[in-house]
Write a new protein. Sequence first.
Length: 317
Amino acid sequence: MNRHRVVALLNAPQSPFELACAGEVFDSVPPGVPARYDFRICAERPGPLRTTVGYTVHVDVGLAALQEADTVVVPGWQPPGTPVSPAVTEALRAAHQRGTRIVAICTGAFVLAQAGLLDGRRAATHWRHTAQLAATFPEVQVDPGVLYVDHGDVATSAGTGAGIDLCLHLVRSDHGAAYAAEIARNMVLPPHREGGQLQYATQPAPARADESLAPLLEWATSRLGTPLTVGRLAERAGVSSRTLTRRFTEQLGTSPGQWLLDQRLDATRVLLEQTDLPVDAIATRVGLASAVNLRRRFRAHLGTTPGAYRQTFGEAR
């Protein structure tokens, strides 16, 4: 069997972990089966290459290695958004035109975007950098919630560990689920993770509200379990629903209804992490009426179930 040739394109300072995500998956050989991949590294300038953790790695091959690759992996690029040399973008475009699969892990998506390989396509990157990628490359459809996006010829992953998810997915696509499961088992990892990366993202700092809204927000946050509506919020604020909606849009960039749902889901996350309350009790406490409604809203917002979230982040896990 001809081995699938995987080449990782490195750049200083290189993240060893993101490189290892690809190396461990594609360079692992499950016991009792023949190797399916050859894995090697290259860089624009061969020689010693700095890493993000202080040591150097020696790269003995230049961009010419991409000409022989079946898959090219860009395992991160630091700092994100750093200009990529024309030699690198041209080599990636040429490889793609030859039919080579181009894969980015984490901030490697910025390199693919600079090469024009993500134009008009969905893409993933680390949740801390999704806004930067979307602002810098408006023609790229950045999806902040997924662990990876695979178009067949081009694939991108979310941050760091999601690179393993993507690489295992590619192995499943190449050689089937059983082979990928053996690699995952050897790495002591699940062969597939549920949900997306939003469940791992920290909550953004709340937008600031002036004195016309701040007391209302505090009042509503302390009464999430009650039947709050936009009309009731407006009545409490002493304004019309239309005026309240305008103030929310101007100060918080969202509607009263969406703000209220966000607060209820944030409260749900805290209760899942810090208590063992059943889901129906949490739904009542945060004002989402029923366990069915909470599960539906939670999955739509975070891409996972309350049970899976608690298993991952609960204090008693």
